[in-house]
Design a protein around this ligand. Structure first.
Ligand SMILES: NC(=O)c1ccc[n+]([C@@H]2O[C@H](COP(=O)([O-])OP(=O)(O)OC[C@H]3O[C@@H](n4cnc5c(N)ncnc54)[C@H](OP(=O)(O)O)[C@@H]3O)[C@@H](O)[C@H]2O)c1
Length: 388
């Protein structure tokens, strides 16, 4: 069933507090015509790299040319994050971000909204154990990119999953997000250190401001400091597409521009305007709700079923392959090991240009979004502390 796009305020507020991460709006990446903003500096196109070998080749090429590219953002400082040695697994394409750092474009989303609602100790334990198991399954399946957030209340489980998987921390791209009540000069640096403890690590690969609310400018100043100290390898803004004033305050006025913008983006909401805006600064788009949160209208769409039958793939695999060929980074969520495996088995085929066009024709613009919060009205709400 499709979710309501606009909820009544009290219901939404409660849902936000309990489910958190939820997100409020979204977007997509690349450019208006769906290509990556800059082939050399940003998303790696995969339209002509449909096989695992081809994807590995493109990663190698990116590494070879990286030294010769002058990136628009200063590199992260020396520090723990310098140990990072993320490699492209299972043919997953890497994108070279605007600071020269490489990120795998397919990751595991770890928000489990159904388990966030039980705030009892038992509920928290189940949430973290489920997250731990999902992370272990994903890393064993070849994923090297994980997306969590303080707001998901599961960073402890995600960190433990990394340890239990046996995969070296340095080979994993680990993303998390700060909640707005953690924003502010001094406040945010303390919140980052607390986050590192929950995750049982000494650096984060990509750290977002989760929502454009509260003192996001003060928070960004601390993020810049953490970046220069090598505690963080890349900086991101999440849902800032929903509030232009906040977007421009960070992107236009701060010393270090974001590397990634995380937004709602899927075939029903392809977010061309936001993609074009981000491309102006070579900001990579990362898609939340890449599968439309398993909306049946999307997963049963005739167009996608026909393409899936033609390739002997599932509709979910077709959607994720579309994300990759559009140049997006995507973090599909799953707690089912079979789905987790299925979702990374998308690098042994390629969608044709005609198929890409058919999926592009499914776009409903802003009407296709599931969440579209008004941050000017909701901003104060997002600064409410939560127990995580
Ligand atoms: N920045 C933000 O504000 C924000 C907001 C929302 C989400 N996010 C991030 O984005 C991630 C993705 O969002 P999401 O998980 O809510 O939505 P999603 O990835 O669009 O969809 C997840 C749903 O798809 C199902 N699914 C996954 N693979 C499947 C497969 N192969 N076949 C059938 N069903 C499949 C999952 O169920 P199973 O568990 O049964 O596989 C789950 O119900 C989150 O986990 C989170 O990390 C960020």
């Amino acid at each position: 069933m499709r979710r309501k796009r606009c909820l009544k305020f009290p219901a939404l507020a409660l849902a936000l507090l309990l489910c958190l991460s939820l997100a409020a709006c979204g977007s997509g990446q690349g450019t208006v015509d769906g290509n990556p903003p800059e082939e050399t500096e940003n998303a790696t196109p995969v339209t002509d790299a449909g096989t695992e070998d081809a994807a590995v080749m493109e990663n190698t090429e990116a590494e070879d040319t990286q030294a010769a590219i002058e990136f628009s953002v200063e590199a992260p400082g020396e520090g723990p994050a310098s140990r990072s040695a993320v490699v492209a697994p299972e043919g997953v394409p890497m994108v070279t971000l605007n600071n020269g750092v490489q990120m795998p474009r397919l990751g595991l989303g770890t928000q489990i909204q159904s388990l966030e609602r039980d705030d009892s100790p038992e509920g928290r334990a189940l949430l973290n154990e489920t997250s731990r198991q999902s992370v272990v399954a994903a890393l064993q399946a070849g994923y090297r990119h994980l997306d969590t957030a303080h707001g998901y209340n599961n960073e402890t489980g995600v960190g433990q999953g990394i340890i239990d998987s046996g995969v070296p921390r340095e080979e994993i791209w680990l993303t998390s997000k700060l909640w707005p009540n953690e924003y502010g000069e001094g406040v945010t640096m303390e919140a980052i250190d607390a986050m590192l403890e929950r995750l049982q690590t000494d650096y984060i690969d990509l750290l977002y401001l989760h929502h454009p609310a509260g003192d996001y400018v003060g928070a960004w100043k601390d993020l810049q400091e953490a970046y220069r100290q090598g505690k963080v390898r890349a900086l991101g803004i999440s849902n800032f597409d929903n509030w232009p004033e906040a977007y421009h305050a960070i992107v236009d006025d701060m010393e270090i521009k974001p590397q990634v913008l995380q937004i709602e983006c899927h075939p029903f909401a392809q977010r061309q305007e936001t993609r074009a805006l981000a491309a102006e600064n070579n900001i990579q788009i990362e898609c939340w709700y890449p599968l439309g949160h398993a909306d049946e209208r999307l997963l049963n769409a005739d167009t996608l079923e026909a393409i899936a039958a033609a390739h002997g793939k599932s509709v979910v695999q077709i959607i994720l392959r579309w994300h990759m060929q559009e140049g997006f980074s995507a973090v599909p969520g799953s707690t089912n090991p079979a789905h987790i495996q299925e979702n990374i088995d998308i690098f042994d085929f390629e969608l044709t240009d005609a198929e890409i066009e058919q999926i592009r024709a499914m776009n409903q613009g802003e009407e296709g979004r599931y969440f579209n919060l008004n941050y000017e009205q909701m901003g104060a709400f997002f600064t409410t502390p939560f127990g995580g």
